[in-house]
Design a binder for this molecule. Structure first.
Ligand SMILES: Nc1nc2c(c(=O)[nH]1)N[C@H]1C(S)=C(S)[C@@H](COP(=O)(O)OP(=O)(O)OC[C@H]3O[C@@H](n4cnc5c(N)ncnc54)[C@H](O)[C@@H]3O)O[C@H]1N2
Ligand code: MOO
Ligand SMILES: [Mg+2]
Length: 440
């Protein structure tokens, strides 16, 4: 039975809550995946050039490889003929040595023959035949080193080209292929469980029923986990029943690197997560944060593994994930910049009402007259689900005794930018929350 006396919770600062969870952020191990499956994964080791690129001097054009010194003094009036002693395409070598007034017809990508130090484009020479021999007539001198792609000009052997922790984009894939990585060492994705609680929840495919709603948080969190680079495992939903929920939470927790639950974290009669943490003997890091939405966001630790009790309210659940779960995922993926990137923007509308808690308004970024403008999207309530679809940022409105005017400069958390930053955006304030601190 729940106590009829409602528990009084002490809110902590956002910065302090972030610090408390980040103390338990673990670094993921390494696994090898085929290069075809490595796109968007995170590189586990620095990528070093194991050979020079290009690996040999090569021709950047279809043309004639020659010795530049042989073109000295030639002009339109005094052209010179070069004997074409071979033709080579990319992938083939000329095994001899090019002598005075000789040329090799060479195609783009082929290795520069020994003796040559310049290439003349095909268009610039006149091909001739005489007595069964091939010649090319040139009318302009060329300088040594002209039209050569030099060995190592793109990358020197031994140089570090991509740092550990970088996401594999198509350009990184090209480098991996260049250096022969058929199997790529990547950071293991954190396996993150999702378990929804609530007797009101219907599955996505269910028909609507009176008093019930479809479970939107689980699918939303799956997408958020994927966006952050983690692997989501859905453990379904369970009704507000203490024993059933306890069993399901315990079972799910065993199988994952961290577990997210939704709903049941507040002080209601059927909010069982606080009791579940107690029964599991998990250490609760916090259960009230001076923020809105998401003030009830709870984090607990058992066996050094994190359990996040995210709110049932969709906007609160979403914001709780982005502030506290996201950096833990990024740190797991070896990111040195695990926090969401931030930017300065002008507020698109006024928020005249003062707020005792830091507020995170779901917003959208646009560029107005060259400057970033952040405008709220949808209903600004923690139970709103519609405000999430158009959100590409969270507008941070620090708590205070006055509201915010349109045009005020605010910090925005960029949700769709994965460059990250070392700056969490908040000071770690360990003192008791008294409503006076502002974040920096
Ligand atoms: N007396 C108080 N009541 C409440 C407080 C408080 O401090 N004192 N806090 C409020 C705040 S703030 C929030 S946020 C919510 C948090 O509620 P819970 O995390 O306990 O979540 P539930 O009670 O289970 O559900 C709340 C709300 O969300 C809907 N919900 C739940 N799960 C889902 C889901 N998977 N998909 C979509 N929607 C979901 C649920 O139907 C409820 O409407 O508590 C306030 N109350
Ligand atoms: O956790 Mo609640 O979202 O602050 O409204
Ligand atoms: Mg509740």
């Amino acid at each position: 039975m729940k106590k009829m006396q409602v528990e009084k919770r002490r809110p902590i600062h956002v910065g302090e809550a972030i610090c408390r969870v980040m103390r338990y952020a673990d670094k993921g191990g390494v696994e090898r995946v085929p290069i075809e499956e490595s796109y968007n994964r995170v590189l586990a080791n620095p990528l070093t050039a194991t050979h020079p690129v290009p690996p040999f001097h090569k021709s950047p054009y279809d043309g004639y490889a020659i010795r530049a010194c042989d073109t000295k003094g030639i002009s339109r009036k005094y052209p010179r003929r070069f004997e074409v002693v071979a033709t080579i395409g990319a992938g083939y070598l000329f095994n001899g040595v090019v002598e005075r007034n000789q040329a090799v017809r060479i195609m783009t990508g082929a290795a520069i023959p020994t003796g040559c130090d310049a290439v003349v484009m095909l268009e610039k020479g006149k091909a001739l035949q005489k007595a069964g021999k091939q010649f090319v007539e040139l009318k302009h001198p060329v300088a040594a080193d002209e039209n050569i792609s030099f060995k190592g000009e793109d990358a020197r052997e031994g140089s570090v080209l991509v740092q550990e922790g970088q996401r594999i984009n198509p350009g990184v894939t090209a480098l991996l292929a260049t250096f022969g990585y058929a199997q790529v060492p990547v950071v293991k994705k954190p396996v993150i469980g999702i378990l929804s609680t609530g007797s009101e929840l219907l599955d996505i495919g269910d028909e609507m029923e009176p008093g019930k709603i479809r479970n939107s948080n689980a699918a939303m969190l799956q997408a958020q986990i994927q966006r952050a680079g983690g692997e989501a495992v859905y453990f379904g939903q369970c009704p507000d029943d203490l024993e059933k929920s306890l069993k399901r939470v315990k079972q799910a927790f065993e199988q994952v690197d961290m577990l997210l639950t939704t709903g049941g974290v507040s002080v209601g009669d059927f909010d069982y997560l606080p009791v579940i943490y107690e029964r599991m003997q998990a250490d609760v890091l916090f259960n009230k944060i001076a923020m809105r939405p998401g003030s009830v966001t709870t984090a607990a630790v058992k066996d050094k593994k994190l359990l996040f009790g995210l709110s049932g309210n969709p906007s609160a659940c979403y914001v709780g994930f982005e502030l506290y779960v996201y950096p833990v995922i990024r740190a797991f993926l070896h990111s040195k910049t695990p926090y969401h990137q931030k930017a300065c923007a002008y507020l698109g509308v006024s928020f005249p009402k003062p707020n005792p808690y830091d507020r995170f308004v779901r917003g959208s970024i646009s560029i107005v007259e060259g400057a970033l403008q952040a405008t709220p999207v949808g209903l600004d309530k923690s139970n709103s689900v519609t405000s999430l679809s158009g959100a590409d940022c969270l507008i941070m409105l620090p708590r205070g005794t006055v509201g915010y005017d349109r045009g005020a400069r605010v910090t925005v958390i960029l949700l769709e930018n994965d460059s990250g930053t070392t700056w969490s955006g908040f000071k770690q304030v360990t003192s008791k929350y008294d409503g006076s601190e502002r974040y920096g």
